[in-house]
Design a protein around this ligand. Structure first.
Ligand code: ARG
Length: 466
């Protein structure tokens, strides 16, 4: 992309009152074309809708409108095919396109900017971009949820240790664990849907900040651009970047969820845990240690969270001290959103691939599920249910049984009945039925619990929703 840096002449778009062009440093700090050229398609769509409305309202002639629309479509194909020369001297995408339009169609181009300003123009372009990105995110989250639903179905009966404090707590099923992520990404997706609803208002026509004296029809442009309605306050419209901040907060929360999953995959894929094996497609080797298979993709997903959080904090900080309405500070909004969007897309795609591809070692999970006295709560519950003990007493009795098993170096289920009866006389051999991990998970049928029957119920609920 060639850069025409002619610093001597003033800006052809707004340079009327300027005797000379900007200092080279001024030009460099002022220009956004390096990153906002990403908005070219939205800018052209917005301009076509605006020009069409201007003609419909009799503000410009139909001939001028036709020339403008034709010129804009030519520019669109020039940019799409890489045959467009972006100029830093023309600052941003809006003026690059308008200048090219003037070259292509002559004086009619000068009528396009009637009844609008770059302030409402950029608010429009960026909103359209963020809306499309949110729609893409929604689809990608649906794909990730679908991957988890498949794994949950496959492993509705596979027992694994459930953890609190990363210490063995109670047996759960791998299907249940997968469904925890379905809930998390399901919430993220509903946040995305809410954000789309919030931003679904068209900024164009707010003009610089005060609206315009031309008889424009903002409802018409809103409809043409696929928005529900126009924004209601022109000052707020050009001051507002909530839609970008909402996108970044959603990205940060989703990123945090992805990072927790990444951390679990890193832990699970260690030889010490051995719960999952990542496919070759989603791991790398070591250049020095031939035995290694590293979960690099998971680690990078974990790290992308840092970038996304950084973008959120950056934009909140950029916006927090700005008086109404537009200030040039707001130009710094785009890079944060573009970078976070790229990171988020990559992270969701990589995670979806990993979840679909990873091999689950159910034997390892089951062996681990039974260790660490994971069915101790089941023994306490049995004492409550079958022997009528208050739960606190049952907890104490069970604690003694755990201490005894620990001393003997065996599991609870391996303690002889005589030993258990010595701790509490009411214990019978029926107790062994609840001490296995399968019995433990099968018993937890409370709504949302880990029992395979319950997990299948939740899978069916999400399948109907997804
Ligand atoms: N490039 C600018 C931005 O991204 C466009 C709006 C410029 N408006 C202005 N009043 N200088 O924010």
């Amino acid at each position: 992309m060639a850069d025409t840096t002619d610093t001597k002449s003033s800006n052809q778009m707004w340079g009327g009152r300027f005797a000379s062009g900007p200092d080279a440093i001024m030009e460099e700090i002022n220009a956004s074309i390096g990153f906002d050229k990403k908005l070219f398609a939205q800018d052209i769509r917005g301009s076509i809708a605006h020009a069409t409305m201007l003609a419909h309202q009799g503000i410009i002639s139909a001939e001028d409108k036709d020339k403008i629309v034709h010129g804009l479509n030519t520019i669109l194909s020039e940019i799409e095919s890489g045959n467009f020369e972006f100029s830093r001297r023309l600052e941003d995408i809006h003026m690059n396109i308008e200048a090219r339009l003037a070259t292509l169609i002559g004086p009619a181009a000068g009528r396009l900017h009637t009844a609008r300003s770059r302030n409402d123009q950029v608010a429009l372009d960026f909103r359209l971009w963020v809306k499309e990105e949110l729609e893409k995110t929604e689809k990608m989250l649906t794909g990730l949820i679908a991957a988890f639903l498949d794994r949950a179905e496959e492993h509705a009966d596979s027992v694994m240790p459930g953890f609190t404090h990363l210490q063995t707590a109670q047996p759960v099923t791998f299907g249940h664990h997968c469904m925890a992520y379905v809930e998390m990404f399901g919430r993220d997706r509903s946040r995305v849907r809410h954000a789309i609803e919030h931003l679904d208002e068209s900024p164009i026509g707010a003009a610089a900040l005060a609206g315009t004296g031309y008889p424009i029809d903002r409802h018409m442009t809103a409809k043409a651009l696929g928005f529900r309605e126009p924004t209601r306050n022109s000052i707020d419209t050009v001051s507002d970047r909530d839609f970008a901040i909402e996108f970044l907060s959603i990205a940060a929360i989703t990123g945090m969820h992805l990072s927790r999953l990444a951390e679990e995959i890193v832990i699970w894929s260690t030889p010490q845990f051995g719960f999952v094996r990542l496919s070759d497609a989603f791991s790398t080797g070591s250049s020095i240690m031939p035995q290694k298979k590293n979960p690099d993709a998971a680690e990078l997903v974990r790290a992308k969270t840092g970038r996304i959080n950084g973008s959120l904090v950056a934009l909140l900080t950029i916006m927090k001290g700005l008086p109404l309405a537009y200030s040039k500070d707001m130009q710094e909004d785009k890079e944060q959103v573009f970078d976070a969007a790229e990171s988020l897309e990559l992270a969701i795609a990589a995670m979806t691939g990993m979840v679909r591809d990873m091999t689950v070692n159910t034997a390892r999970m089951k062996a681990a599920a039974g260790s660490g006295f994971s069915t101790a709560t089941d023994l306490a519950d049995w004492l409550v249910r079958e022997a009528g003990l208050p739960f606190r007493d049952a907890h104490h009795v069970t604690g003694r049984a755990v201490a005894l098993a620990e001393g003997k170096g065996c599991d609870l289920a391996e303690l002889p009945l005589a030993d258990l009866q010595a701790i509490h006389a009411s214990i019978t051999d029926k107790v062994y039925d609840v001490l296995t991990v399968e019995a433990s998970v099968a018993s937890r049928k409370s709504f949302g619990g880990t029992a395979p029957s319950e997990v299948r119920r939740q899978i069916a609920f999400w399948r109907a929703r997804n």
